[in-house]
Design a binder for this molecule. Structure first.
Ligand code: 3HC
Length: 311
């Protein structure tokens, strides 16, 4: 039986009235948002590593400038999302500490390597393409600060996906060797991109409650299906082979049928056994430690300014 407060809260959710930081909210609503927004922010920050690896090795100055701009955008997305999480009563330092101690996650996709330049195109095209589908839906999430962060982030994401598609198109329409690299990148990143949407709905522990609270407005499988339906025609336009022989158009469903990712691999990567988990954590901890002096300097400066105002 719901208390009056819970009933009032659920009425707001049901009437699409945004929940704001100072509103009463169930403790589990707050906890789920800290978990999801925090991990979303961690994904943006860790997601800079696979691409950052190629900034110094981009094939042209133009591609270097584009990649640099995209990686900087991802850092900014992380900061928007940490700010949104802070409105729920956690500190950024606390979230980062939980990440470094393995008590919080980041998107599994970033535990796969970017082996060559075709991967950078495939990451923009597929990974940002998948993130856009997820994030466009999340613009309608019930928590105000998260919804508004999504609106801002989505404005920049389409550039991320388009630049990736353009890069991979040049290779798919390029020399036979370039086309082979584009095909190889697609083959390696296709199933890990499907995993970005989370486990299938029947195995998703949070989905039912997240849908009831409109934290999630579409299920994992709905968004994954949307991604497949959108991407298969692009693969065909590029003249590349489908990365999954199970992909076929299903007339009565009016969607593509496709093979599920290997869920054992998914949960194994989540447990820390992906190709790059160790590297990513090592690099993130090193970056955090190397940046300590910057944070100390900024804090000292802020304290001096605050003291001057008080004096
Ligand atoms: N990688 C890592 N962990 C994942 C995952 C993935 N791809 N998919 C699911 N999980 C985790 C969940 O976090 C949860 O674990 P937890 O309880 O420790 O948090 C567990 O697997 C069960 O999954 P559920 O489906 O029950 O969990 P959710 O209801 O939270 O759904 C989600 C998972 C769809 C990822 C949802 O959390 C979500 O939409 N998050 C926001 C979007 C996000 O994080 N996107 C990151 C993509 S990369 C990115 O944005 C950067 C881009 O700019 C390139």
């Amino acid at each position: 039986e719901m208390t009056d407060q819970e009933r009032e809260f659920q009425d707001k959710i049901d009437n699409d009235i945004k929940i704001e930081p100072r509103d009463w909210m169930p403790e589990d609503y707050r906890k789920t948002l800290i978990r999801q927004i925090g991990q979303h922010a961690h994904s943006e920050v860790v997601g800079q590593l696979p691409e950052g690896n190629w900034i110094t090795r981009a094939p042209t100055l133009e591609r270097k400038a584009i990649l640099l701009a995209k990686v900087q955008d991802e850092a900014g997305h992380g900061l928007y999302l940490y700010s949104a999480a802070e409105t729920l009563g956690v500190t950024r330092d606390d979230l980062v500490e939980r990440l470094h101690e393995g008590r919080m996650k980041y998107s599994s996709i970033f535990n796969y390597p970017t082996l060559n330049w075709a991967d950078i195109g495939a990451v923009g095209w597929l990974v940002d393409g998948a993130a856009i589908i997820n994030q466009v839906a999340l613009q309608r999430t019930s928590y105000g600060p998260y919804s508004r962060a999504m609106v801002r982030i989505c404005k920049e994401e389409s550039f991320h996906a388009r630049q990736g598609y353009h890069a991979i198109m040049k290779m798919a329409f390029g020399t036979p060797a370039q086309k082979k690299m584009a095909q190889d990148a697609l083959n390696r990143l296709w199933f890990p991109s499907l995993m970005m949407f989370g486990p299938s709905d029947k195995d998703s522990v949070h989905s039912e409650q997240s849908m009831a609270w409109k934290i999630k407005v579409k299920t994992n499988d709905e968004l994954r299906q949307q991604f497949v339906d959108q991407t298969v025609p692009q693969i065909e336009y590029l003249g590349l082979d489908l990365p999954d022989p199970g992909i076929t158009w299903n007339e009565e469903r009016e969607h593509y049928d496709f093979t599920d990712p290997d869920w054992n691999e998914f949960f194994d990567v989540l447990k820390g056994n992906g190709p790059c988990n160790t590297d990513r954590m090592r690099d993130r901890k090193a970056a955090w430690d190397d940046g300590q002096w910057v944070r100390d300097g900024l804090l000292a400066h802020a304290r001096k300014k605050a003291a001057a105002r008080v004096a």
